[in-house]
Write a protein that binds this ligand. Structure first.
Ligand code: UGA
Length: 443
């Protein structure tokens, strides 16, 4: 099938590359000529395992094309995916200007039936706005062409996006049109052969499903972080509690890891946007507001522990920091807990020596000229001359470090672990003091 995708960001590019990989003829459109030129040459702007090879492979096979020409993009296919960004407005609601601009372009250039599929995360009711934008452009042209608007939210995890796309656990489609349903079935047939993973519903329910999924996951994390904070105060160990409750299949082991707060481009933005949507329809989303507040406070927990350990005297101290990205296997620093920690440390006059396997360039870009930051080539270098070690991201290579050498290198033998990577006795055996999240009395 021929498919057009507007937006070559994270979602658009992964979607385009994966659809091309199963044989569709995909044209990706972006307004940024520099980005399009790079993509044509197989240069990927983001770090995502497996993405580069499928982009290069499908570009050379001629199935994955890139353009900056809107008219060409609209004319390429009956199927038009919208995967442009919806950054948060100042008040936290999603900014829809890019989505509606694409919808207008489609209305402006279309000459026959189109299925307009919204893949961007958009507030409930956006489908109607997209429909309105296409229709008003058609009206201007005095044309009465048929089209359907469909919501098809993505559930890709950064760092596993290609695998998530190729083996989805569900494909949610919101449409009331049988014609559009058939088109969507055909697009996704290669991913849906073994058993039916497609869930059809009305457009608004599909739009809400996306927010509900992320809000539920964020709720699980904030819930665990709250129990972890309680565990610390009660002298209990959250890691035992986690296993104890996860064994109940109604609760499950997934996504109940306490830590130094959730980050990324999705959870913080989507929880805020849903709270905002609720307010717009005169409903106060009390639980979601609490989820947000718990998370904001949780991003402060590591700093509080470090500050308490040094009795508030952090000026002139050097903190080694392992892990900058908001989670492993990505270079994404958006809403990363490491940022809140570093900024708090700098404010009180401490220095940070940081290492991350992938996010160093991105950190450099964000904190260019920050005198309190030194980026180090290895995790060992970050320790040299440092007073204590903090861990913000659970990269694999941090899982089994040389504790004896850490103890020797640090001038204060303390590890502050925001991801509960180690067994306390394993760390303490080397004379290190171990602070983690929600683990016992001495935290
Ligand atoms: C999230 C969802 O998991 C995807 O299903 C969704 O498609 C995506 O948002 C999106 O809306 O586009 P992502 O933001 O890539 O994906 O990251 P997650 O793996 O969900 O992690 C989010 C944050 O939660 C990270 O900071 C992670 O460290 C934290 N987390 C996760 C915990 O603190 N504890 C956990 O048990 C799990």
């Amino acid at each position: 099938m021929k498919i057009t995708i507007f937006g070559t960001g994270y979602v658009g590019l992964v979607t385009g590359a994966c659809l091309a990989d199963v044989g569709h003829e995909v044209l990706c459109m972006d307004v940024d000529p520099g980005k399009i030129e790079k993509l044509r040459n197989g240069i990927i702007p983001i770090y995502e395992p497996g993405l580069e090879s499928i982009v290069t492979h499908n570009v050379s096979a001629g199935r994955l094309l890139f353009t900056t020409d809107t008219a060409e993009a609209v004319n390429h296919a009956e199927v038009q995916f919208i995967a442009v960004g919806t950054p948060p407005d100042e008040d936290g609601s999603a900014d829809l200007q890019y989505v509606t601009a694409v919808a207008r372009s489609i209305g402006e250039h279309m000459t026959g039936y189109k299925v307009v599929i919204d893949k961007s995360t958009v507030p409930v009711g956006t489908g109607d706005k997209v429909r309105g934008a296409v229709r008003s452009e058609l009206d201007k042209r005095g044309m009465e062409l048929e089209f359907d608007v469909v919501s098809n939210p993505e559930f890709l995890k950064e760092g596993a996006a290609v695998a998530d796309f190729m083996k989805p656990d569900r494909i949610v489609v919101g449409t009331e049109s049988k014609r559009a349903e058939d088109v969507l079935r055909e697009i996704y047939y290669p991913f849906n052969r073994n058993h039916d993973r497609m869930i059809f519903m009305d457009l608004r329910s599909a739009e809400l499903t996306k927010y509900a999924a992320n809000a539920m996951l964020a709720t699980k994390i904030s819930f665990m972080n709250e129990i972890a904070n309680l565990a610390e105060r009660l002298g209990a160990d959250i890691e035992h509690v986690r296993r104890g409750i996860g064994s109940d299949p109604r609760i499950g082991y997934h996504f109940i890891y306490p830590g130094c707060g959730y980050g990324g481009s999705c959870f913080p933005k989507d929880v805020t946007a849903l709270t905002r949507t609720a307010r717009d329809c005169d409903y106060e989303a009390k639980l979601l507001t609490a989820v947000e507040h718990v998370n904001m406070a949780q991003k402060h927990v590591l700093f509080d522990k470090v500050s308490h350990y040094f009795r508030g005297e952090l000026e002139g101290k050097t903190i080694a920091l392992w892990g900058l990205a908001f989670k492993p296997n990505t270079d994404d620093m958006r809403e990363a807990s490491s940022r809140r920690l570093m900024e708090s440390l700098w404010k009180v006059g401490a220095k940070v020596q940081a290492f991350d396997p992938e996010a160093m360039e991105e950190t450099q870009r964000i904190y260019d000229n920050e005198p309190g930051l030194q980026l180090c080539g290895t995790k060992e270098q970050a320790l040299k001359g440092a007073d204590a070690l903090v861990i913000c991201t659970e990269w694999k290579e941090f899982r089994s470090p040389d504790f004896a050498s850490i103890a020797q290198t640090l001038s204060h033998p303390a590890i502050f672990d925001g991801r509960n990577l180690y067994a306390p006795e394993m760390v303490e055996r080397h004379g290190l003091v171990y602070y983690a999240i929600g683990r016992g009395k001495n935290q």
